[in-house]
Design a protein around this ligand. Structure first.
Ligand code: BG6
Ligand code: MG
Length: 216
């Protein structure tokens, strides 16, 4: 039986994935490191330091841990500048309806974002009250594709793994959901999200009754 839906945030509920890209691109340009949208695809769902390390793979320089921390801080300052003006108008299409449908059906709602800015973004989007559990990115030891954050959400929601459905826009995120043992809904490109049980263009196409019929 489906008892909980666990959402990723960036790229699923709002288009902050593009702001993360903008922040990394600005940093990479400053460091003269080649970086584009294609390379960015591998960064989606990956935590801050993990993302920087991937970008630095294309650099000729060696950076100390302290230097890397400073670069992470810099990218985060850019990112926070970009998300300053976020409001409920920035919810992606279909999100409001899905959240309302889930509440009506008494299906629990969780948030599994490795972003340390997740809570502030969800606050700006004015949807905090919908969530029964929001994972604390500061306490997650292993980022996606490790299943830890989705397992933590299931535990926090008080439901079994097989009672959960996860929604993700990143390949690493879909892998994390599948490794946790949950049904995975991908949002975006089928070619990229191959491991997902079903891929939708956006949450507008998400029908909870259809999901229950198909998978639970
Ligand atoms: C994920 C994004 O949700 O959060 C990544 O998909 C981002 O792009 C990661 O790097 C970490 O975010 P933050 O806000 O902690 O730097
Ligand atoms: Mg995402």
């Amino acid at each position: 039986k489906l008892k909980a839906v666990i959402f990723d945030l960036d790229g699923v509920l709002t288009d902050t994935a593009s702001y993360h890209y903008k922040g990394w691109k600005r940093l990479a340009d400053e460091l003269n490191i080649p970086f584009d949208e294609k390379a960015n695809e591998n960064l989606k769902g990956i935590d801050r330091m993990g993302s920087l390390n991937k970008i630095l793979e294309s650099s000729k320089c060696i950076y100390s841990y302290e230097e890397k921390l400073a670069l992470c801080d810099k990218k985060n300052r850019y990112y926070q500048e970009y998300i300053k003006g976020i409001t409920e108008k920035d919810l992606l299409i279909g999100v409001n309806k899905v959240l309302i449908d889930l509440k009506e059906k008494e299906i629990k709602i969780g948030l599994a974002s490795v972003s340390k800015n997740a809570f502030s973004v969800v606050e700006k989007l004015m949807i905090v009250d919908y969530f029964d559990y929001i994972a604390d990115a500061n306490k997650i030891l292993k980022g996606k594709p490790d299943p830890e954050i989705f397992m933590t959400c299931a535990e926090g929601l008080g439901v079994k793994i097989e009672e959960c459905l996860g929604i993700e826009d990143a390949a690493a995120g879909v892998t994390a959901i599948k490794r946790a043992g949950m049904i995975a809904v991908g949002i975006g490109n089928k070619g990229i999200l191959q491991e997902a049980d079903v891929v939708l263009e956006s949450l507008e196409a998400f029908d909870i009754n259809e999901m229950i019929e198909r998978f639970f």
